[in-house]
Design a protein around this ligand. Structure first.
Ligand SMILES: [Zn+2]
Length: 299
């Protein structure tokens, strides 16, 4: 299995997050991933990433749920793909019969689904705090355990205040997600990720991107190594540098390093080529390729 924890799905208008648009639809997205050898992905909606209203969040999260094959109005059963969120916590969703009927995709919106391939993620925006907390509850009830990738710089909010800790709004999101057993996947600075991990030792974080320069990569790797509640998704420019993945596994340990590509922005095949050729044991490679993300998502 090859499990990519960092994929951006289509926005509500069908567009993808890409420097120059070439991916036409969700079928294209999945075909590209499969051609690279990817067998499963965590997908968040590119539209929710740029949410300007609370409604944008709901619409985008519904797109991710629909891509996974579970209509947005239905809470999937434990027998389906969806695990309970983290640490043996039981999913607290209502039975399917107690929730509203499935909402249909609006005209022009992606209607195809890829069950077993797409694992949906929930996005939130602290600028819409009440809606975000409700979205976390809705996601957890569906068995959705992954929150992110949260990109505050895109959506227009900070994770932390200049004086140190999480902003009041983001603190509420971390607390609620953590209480629900969810994983927070953050596009965060090295130092602010360390501060959040210190402030919330029981929360589970994944920091996106291994770094750019040699020094930047080493700093991020050392921060993760010293914070046991932080995992690292290796997407980004530094992952292609021979030796950097090996450095991450040596210092952090193979259990907290995850394959992430940042597709549809970056090519999953380039990241996979480096993982496959890296000086790792077979057991370490399997952990990076799929076991670690599956453990984070699993019961
Ligand atoms: Zn990303």
């Amino acid at each position: 299995m090859v499990f990519d924890c960092h994929v951006h799905g289509p926005a509500e208008n069908g567009t993808f997050w890409q420097w120059h648009p070439v991916t036409r639809d969700a079928g294209d997205m999945v075909r590209y991933l499969r051609d690279c050898g990817v067998t499963r992905v965590v997908v968040s909606c590119a539209g929710s990433q740029r949410s300007r209203t609370a409604e944008d969040l709901v619409i985008g999260n519904d797109i991710a749920y629909r891509l996974s094959g579970d209509p947005p109005g239905r809470v999937p059963s434990r027998a389906g793909w969806a695990p309970a969120c983290g640490r043996g916590r039981e999913a607290k969703g209502k039975a399917s019969s107690e929730v509203s009927p499935p909402r249909q995709a609006p005209a022009g919106q992606e209607k195809r689904s890829f069950p077993g391939f797409v694992t949906p993620a929930c996005l939130v925006n602290p600028n819409f705090l009440e809606a975000s907390l409700a979205e976390l509850e809705r996601a957890a009830a569906r068995g959705v355990c992954w929150v992110g990738e949260l990109c505050g710089y895109i959506a227009g909010y900070p994770f932390t205040s200049p004086t140190g800790g999480a902003t009041a709004q983001f603190a509420e999101i971390v607390a609620r997600a953590s209480a629900l057993g969810m994983v927070l996947h953050l596009h965060a600075g090295t130092e602010e990720m360390g501060r959040l991990a210190d402030a919330y030792p029981r929360a589970r974080f994944v920091i996106a991107h291994i770094g750019d320069s040699a020094q930047h990569c080493a700093e991020r790797i050392d921060m993760v190594a010293s914070h046991p509640n932080v995992h690292m998704d290796i997407s980004g420019a530094g992952s292609e540098r021979v030796g950097i993945l090996e450095l991450a596994v040596t210092r952090i340990g193979a259990d907290r390093v995850l394959f992430g590509s940042d597709f549809t922005i970056n090519d999953p095949g380039t990241v996979l080529a480096r993982i496959q050729r890296a000086y790792l044991t077979d057991a370490e490679r399997e952990k990076v390729l799929h076991e670690n993300v599956a453990r984070l998502l699993g019961p």
